[in-house]
Ligand binder design. Structure first.
Ligand SMILES: Nc1ncnc2c1ncn2[C@@H]1O[C@H](COP(=O)(O)OP(=O)(O)OP(=O)(O)O)[C@@H](O)[C@H]1O
Ligand SMILES: [Mg+2]
Length: 367
C-alpha cells in the first residue's frame, strides 16, 4: 500500500507559552509506516511537539496536517492518533483486560468481539493469560506493555510515544526496544517516538529529528546522522568525535581542499556542505575511522605521525589517545582488538602512525 503523501506534515509550526518560545518554526514530514524519533536534551521541546500532534496543545503558528487533513480545531479524540505517556497511566483498580479494552467501551462492540480484540492484543504484547490480573500486580515492563496494548487496540494511524521506556532498567529497556520495533513492523503503524537516548534512537528509528532549543537541527536516517552530521552540535551529540579546526582553501562541486591547523593541506569530500573558499570550518573524524600503525605504513595513504600517550583496554576494543604535533587536542582512536597491533594497556610514549579511509574526514558547516 504505497502512499507517497506524508502521514504527518508539520508546516512552520511554532509554540509560545506567554513570552517563552518553546518551539521555533519547525517543518518536517513523516512518512506512512515510519518509525520516526524526536531526539534531544531535556527541555528542547519534544513533548511539546508531540502534544501538538496529539491535539493536547494548541499550535501558536503554522499548521499540522495528519493524513492530508489540517488539524487546527480538531480535538484529540477526533485525530487518528493515540499517545503513550512516559508515566504509563494505566488504571490500577482495573484488571489487565479492562485496561486494554478501556477505549473500546464507547464503541458498542459485541462483547465477544471485544474480548477477541483484547486477546489479540494480549498475545501481541506477549502477555497471554494475564487478562484477569490486576494492573497493580504487574512489573514495570508489563505495565508498559499494557499501556501500549491499550493504545494499539484503537488501531490509530499514528502512535505517539513519549519516552515510553524511560522508567525501565537497562535490560528490560533493551528487550522492550526490540518488542516495540517488532510491534511497529507487524502492525505497520507510524510511530513518533520521543527519547533523549541517542543509542535508543539509532537502534529503533527509520529516521530521527535531532532537536535543540525548540528547533530541529537535522532530520536524517541513523547512518546519515552518524556519517554526515551537518554541524558540530550534531556531530558531538551523536557518538564520539574528534574535531580539528581548518580553513577552506578551495571548493569544487563534490570536494574541497582544506588546510587543517597544524596538519596541512588535505582534499576532502564536501558533498552536502555549504562551504566555500576562505571559510573557517571544522573537520571531524570518528575514533573508529582512524587506524593506528606501529610502523610507517607503506604506500601513499593519507596519514600523520603521532605519539601514543595512552591505551585503555576494553576487551572487544581498545581506546587510544594519540598526540599529533600541531593539533591542540589529542586524537581519540578506537580499534577493534581482532586486528589491533597496539592493544596492550599502557601509558608508554611511543611513535605511531595514523591513517584513515577516503571519506572518513567530515567537513562541518560551522567552525
Ligand atoms: N505549560 C507550559 N508553560 C510554560 N512553559 C512550558 C510549558 N510546557 C513546557 N514548557 C517549556 O517548554 C520547553 C519545552 O518543554 P518540553 O516538555 O517540550 O521539553 P522536552 O524536550 O519534552 O523535555 P524532557 O526531555 O525533559 O521531557 C521547556 O523549557 C519547558 O519548560
Ligand atoms: Mg518531555
Amino acid at each position: 500500500m504505497a502512499n507517497s503523501q506524508p502521514i504527518i506534515s508539520v508546516q512552520q509550526v511554532g509554540k509560545s507559552y506567554g513570552a517563552f518560545r518553546a518551539i521555533e518554526n519547525i517543518s518536517l514530514e513523516i512518512k506512512h509506516g515510519e518509525f520516526f524519533s524526536l531526539l534531544g536534551a531535556s527541555g528542547c521541546g519534544k513533548t511539546t511537539l508531540l502534544r501538538m500532534l496529539a491535539g493536547l496543545e494548541d499550535v501558536t503558528d503554522g499548521e499540522i496536517l495528519i493524513d492530508g487533513a489540517p488539524m487546527s480545531g480538531v480535538p484529540p479524540f477526533r485525530r487518528p492518533v493515540n499517545m503513550v505517556f512516559q508515566s504509563y497511566a494505566i488504571f490500577p483498580h482495573l484488571n489487565v483486560a479492562d485496561n486494554i479494552g478501556y477505549g473500546l467501551r464507547k464503541q458498542r462492540l459485541p462483547r465477544a468481539r471485544r474480548n477477541e480484540m483484547i486477546d489479540e492484543m494480549l498475545s501481541l504484547v506477549m502477555l497471554e493469560g494475564y487478562g484477569e490480573r490486576r494492573a497493580n500486580q504487574l512489573s514495570g515492563g508489563q505495565r508498559q506493555r499494557i499501556a501500549l496494548a491499550r493504545a494499539l487496540i484503537m488501531r490509530p494511524k499514528v502512535l505517539l510515544l513519549d519516552e515510553p521506556l524511560g522508567a525501565l532498567d537497562k535490560q528490560l529497556r533493551e528487550q522492550m526496544q526490540l518488542e516495540l520495533r517488532r510491534l511497529q513492523q507487524t502492525l505497520g503503524i507510524t510511530f513518533v517516538f520521543v527519547t533523549h537516548d541517542q543509542e535508543e534512537a539509532l537502534t529503533l528509528s527509520d529516521r530521527i529529528a535531532v532537536m535543540s532549543g525548540g528547533d530541529v537541527l537535522q532530520v536524517d536516517t541513523p547512518s546519515g546522522l552518524y556519517e554526515r552530521p551537518r554541524n558540530r552540535q550534531i556531530a558531538s551529540f551523536i557518538g564520539n568525535m574528534n574535531f580539528m579546526n581548518a580553513r577552506v582553501l578551495s571548493r569544487e562541486a563534490g570536494t574541497a581542499a582544506v588546510e587543517i591547523d597544524g596538519l596541512g593541506k588535505i582534499e576532502i569530500s564536501a558533498k552536502g556542505t555549504t562551504l566555500s573558499a576562505g571559510d573557517r570550518t571544522c573537520v571531524a573524524i570518528r575514533p573508529e575511522k582512524l587506524r593506528v600503525h606501529t610502523a610507517r605504513p607503506e604506500g601513499r595513504a593519507p596519514g600523520v605521525e603521532g605519539t601514543l600517550e595512552m591505551t585503555t583496554y576494553l576487551g572487544e576494543r581498545s581506546h587510544h589517545r594519540i598526540r599529533v604535533p600541531g593539533l591542540d587536542q589529542p586524537l581519540s582512536v578506537s580499534s577493534q582488538n581482532s586486528t589491533i597491533e597496539v592493544g596492550a594497556p599502557g601509558t608508554g610514549q611511543r611513535p605511531v602512525w595514523l591513517t584513515w579511509a577516503d571519506g572518513a574526514l567530515i567537513p562541518l558547516n560551522d567552525a
